[in-house]
Design a protein around this ligand. Structure first.
Ligand SMILES: [Zn+2]
Length: 350
C-alpha cells in the first residue's frame, strides 16, 4: 500500500514535470516543447488510481489478451498510467541528466519516406513527383539549416522542393522551423484550426511562428504530384493534434502507414475520435504501421529505424506488420486509453 502511495506521488510529480518540461523545452537550448497549455497533471491517473481501479485493470487484462505473445511488449508499454513517454521527459522527471542531442538521418524507411532530425524528435519527408510533403518542422530555423537542408541534400533531395508542411500540433518542437521554410521556399504551412489559435496566442519574440496558410481537417485528402495523403484528427495531446496516412513504397509494393502526432486520449470524446480514425480511415486504407515524431513512443524506435536505414531496401520490413496485427495494435492503444479513463472515473462520460 505504502509503495502504491509513493508510486502515485512519483507519477503525479512526473506529470507535473512533464508540463514544466514542455514549457521550458526539454533538451537543447530551450527549443523544445513550448506552447504549454497541453497536458496537465489530471490528464493521467496516478499509479495508485490505475492499480486500484478494478475497471481499469480489466481493460489492461483485455489489452494483454489482444496483444497475445507477438504484441505483449506493446500492450505492456501502452497500459501504464501515462502510456509510452518521450525518453527525454521521462529522464527529466526521474532526475536523470538529459541525453545529448544527436542529429539523425535522413533515415530512409521507405522509397518515399524519410525521418530527419534528432534522436528525440524528427520530421517526416515524403518526396513526390511534384515536390516534397513534410510532416512537422522541428524546433527552429537552426534545425532546418543545420540538419534538414544538409540532410535532404545528402539524400539527393532538394529542400527548395518542399511544397507543403503539415504541422502535427502547435508545440514548438513541431512548428519551430516552419517560418523559415515558408519564407525561404514558399512552402505552405497547414495545421488544424484549434492549434493555429494556440500558436497565435503563444507568440514569443525568439520563436517566429509560421503564418497560417490553411487549416486541415479530419479525412481531408491532399494531393501533390503522384501522392495523395489523408489527414486524420487525433485530439488529446492538444485539441488540434493531427496525423497523416501516407502511401509508402517498398520492394515494388505500396503499403499505408499512419504518422501520429500524439497518442493521448484524456477524455472519452478523444478516445472515440481515435477509434473513428482507426476504423473509418485507417482500416479502409489497410494501415500497417504507426509512426511518431518522437522515436520510441509508437513503432519507430531508434534501433528499429537505424536497422532499416542501414540495410535499406533489403530484407523484410519490420514496420510492415500486416493489417491484422496493426488492428490489434490500435485496439491495444484504445483499451489502454479506456483503462486510464476508468482509473480517472471518466470512462463513458463526455
Ligand atoms: Zn507536444
Amino acid at each position: 500500500m505504502l509503495r502504491n502511495v509513493l508510486a502515485g506521488v512519483l507519477v503525479a510529480s512526473c506529470a507535473m514535470a512533464m508540463v514544466q518540461a514542455q514549457e521550458q523545452g526539454a533538451g537543447r537550448g530551450g527549443g523544445r516543447g513550448g506552447g504549454g497549455g497541453g497536458a496537465a497533471a489530471a490528464e493521467f491517473p496516478t499509479a495508485q488510481q490505475f492499480a486500484e481501479s478494478k475497471d481499469a485493470q480489466s481493460h489492461v487484462a483485455t489489452a494483454m489478451k489482444i496483444g497475445g505473445t507477438d504484441l505483449a511488449a506493446e500492450a505492456k508499454a501502452f497500459c501504464t498510467p501515462t502510456g509510452p513517454q518521450r525518453e527525454a521527459l521521462a529522464r527529466q522527471a526521474a532526475g536523470l541528466p538529459p541525453i545529448p542531442d544527436q542529429a539523425m538521418g535522413p533515415i530512409k524507411l521507405f522509397d518515399n519516406l524519410y525521418y530527419v532530425g534528432f534522436n528525440d524528435v524528427g520530421a517526416w519527408v515524403v518526396p513526390t513527383s511534384a515536390g516534397i510533403i513534410m510532416f512537422d518542422a522541428l524546433n527552429s530555423t537552426d534545425d532546418i539549416t543545420t540538419v534538414v537542408e544538409p540532410g535532404l541534400k545528402k539524400a539527393g533531395l532538394d529542400p527548395a522542393q518542399i511544397k507543403m508542411v503539415l504541422l502535427g500540433h502547435g508545440h514548438n518542437d513541431h512548428t519551430g522551423g516552419g517560418s523559415y521554410l515558408q519564407s525561404k521556399y514558399g512552402a505552405k504551412m497547414l495545421m488544424a484550426a484549434p492549434d493555429w489559435e494556440m500558436v497565435t496566442r503563444n507568440t514569443r519574440a525568439d520563436r517566429p511562428q509560421p503564418k497560417r496558410d490553411g487549416d486541415v481537417t479530419d479525412g481531408q485528402k491532399l494531393t501533390l504530384g503522384d501522392t495523395t495523403v489523408t489527414v486524420v484528427q487525433l485530439p488529446g495531446h492538444t485539441p488540434g493534434t493531427i496525423g497523416l496516412i501516407v502511401p509508402v513504397k517498398f520492394q515494388g509494393r505500396t503499403h499505408s502507414v499512419m504518422i501520429m502526432s500524439g497518442s493521448q486520449m484524456p477524455t472519452q470524446e478523444s478516445l472515440n475520435t481515435f477509434a473513428h480514425v482507426f476504423n473509418d480511415l485507417g482500416k479502409p486504407q489497410h494501415v500497417e504501421a504507426a509512426l511518431g515524431s518522437h522515436p520510441g513512443i509508437l513503432m519507430n524506435s531508434l534501433p528499429l529505424m537505424e536497422g532499416i536505414g542501414n540495410r535499406y531496401p533489403t530484407g523484410t520490413h519490420p514496420l510492415l506488420i500486416g493489417e491484422e496485427r496493426f488492428n490489434r495494435y490500435s485496439a491495444i492503444m484504445l483499451e489502454c486509453g479506456r483503462a486510464r479513463l476508468a482509473a480517472l472515473g471518466r470512462l463513458g462520460t463526455q
